[in-house]
Design a protein around this ligand. Structure first.
Ligand code: GLU
Length: 368
């Protein structure tokens, strides 16, 4: 078994584990997963859960004589979502927090930043975020579509280092093990090539919407952003004992590069800046010497027009010292520059928190 290390993971649990009979939530497979989440948190690790099961959990209440229409499935999701949440909540002493997302939310910069802030706050407060697609508002072209890809986006937005996909199969095989007895488990994938994609057949179980293909798509998205992906069998308790001991019983997809490098590179080289925030010497020291976030009190001047979530240069004495994502627009910053963080709300009517550029969203530049 391979060793793996992690600090913040997104765990994706599919409908086949939550509602094994396709019509209602069950505790059968979730007990071991819930224990894993609780034990991991006791080890000081952070977990975000991506859970399917809303459509399956609401199915029994929306009787159909034919294949369900989109609206009928949306009604099932609306009924089933609260059940799915309640089904998880009974395993935990800490609060479970529901986050429902669509493709649109993840591709809109302002909403993306809002989602990131909410997740950050929930993790800081030791709640368990439980993410699902907002099935009752999004129809096909507005959806991510399957929760494997949704889990990959969630890993990106929550800045996780690991995505764990709990499937009903042991991992990626050299052939479909349900059809081919000679199929063997692939323990490690260094790079996801077209050949690897060829190993994935169509959808697996009849309850969920994914299959190996969407799991590979998710692993590929993550790998490109420096996040490792594990595919494990969520039906087997010993898989979670192994994970707690830092071992992978399943398939491990290595990340292409380290998360820090990937993110730092993205911030430093890819992202176009929309403005400048000029800071005083106190803020410069806090940022460059103490690894702190940028607070409004250290801002002297704001240049350019930018929206919340856009990239800015942080400038001291005419030289760029850092680059990062501003949580506030240029207009708002002009109103709060020089103020103490507890005065933000009074000045502009709301607050995203004390930082203007959070440390996680900042990279040092040092070019004078
Ligand atoms: N979001 C859907 C649900 O909660 C499931 C999608 C999937 O299985 O991947 O039922």
């Amino acid at each position: 078994m391979l060793n793996f290390e992690w600090q913040r993971a997104v765990i994706k649990v599919g409908s086949a584990l939550i509602a094994p009979d396709g019509t209602q939530c069950s505790a059968k497979y979730l007990l071991a997963i819930a224990r894993f989440i609780t034990e991991s948190r006791l080890q000081g690790k952070q977990v975000v859960l991506v859970s399917s099961g809303s459509v399956a959990a609401g199915r029994a209440n929306v009787a159909t004589r034919h294949a369900p229409s989109i609206a009928e499935k949306q009604a099932m999701a609306a009924i089933g979502q609260t059940r799915m949440m309640a089904n998880w909540a009974r395993f935990f002493d800490f609060p479970c927090a529901q986050i429902l997302l669509t493709y649109d939310d993840l591709h809109n910069r302002t909403r993306y930043v809002n989602i990131q802030n909410t997740l950050r706050e929930l993790l800081a407060r030791e709640a368990l975020p439980i993410v699902n697609e907002n099935d009752s508002v999004a129809v096909n072209e507005l959806k991510v579509g399957d929760n494997d890809n949704l889990a990959a986006y969630t890993a990106l937005v929550s800045q996780a280092d690991t995505l764990i996909i709990c499937s009903d199969i042991d991992g990626l095989f050299t052939a479909d093990p349900r059809k081919n007895p000679d199929a063997t488990l692939i323990e490690e994938v260094e790079t996801i090539t077209p050949e690897i994609f060829k190993l994935a057949g169509g959808a697996g179980s009849s309850v969920g919407t994914g299959g190996m293909k969407t799991k590979l798509e998710a692993a590929e998205k993550c790998s490109k952003s420096g996040i490792q992906t594990l595919i494990v069998n969520g039906r087997k308790g010993d898989v979670f004992d192994a994970l707690l001991a830092g071992k992978v019983k399943g398939t491990l997809f290595r990340s292409g590069q380290t998360q820090d490098n990937a993110r730092a590179r993205w911030l430093k080289h890819t992202l176009k800046t929309a403005g400048e925030i000029h800071v005083d010497d106190g803020a410069r020291k806090a940022i460059t010497e103490r690894g702190a976030s940028l607070l409004p009190s250290g801002i002297i001047e704001v240049k350019g027009g930018f929206k919340p979530g856009e990239a800015v240069n942080i400038v001291f004495d005419g030289g760029n010292i850092a680059k990062g994502l501003s949580l506030y627009s240029s207009d708002d910053l002009s109103a709060i520059k020089g103020l103490r963080s507890d005065k933000i709300e009074q000045a502009i009517g709301y607050t995203y928190g004390e930082a203007v550029v959070h440390r996680d969203d900042m990279v040092l530049v040092f070019s004078k």
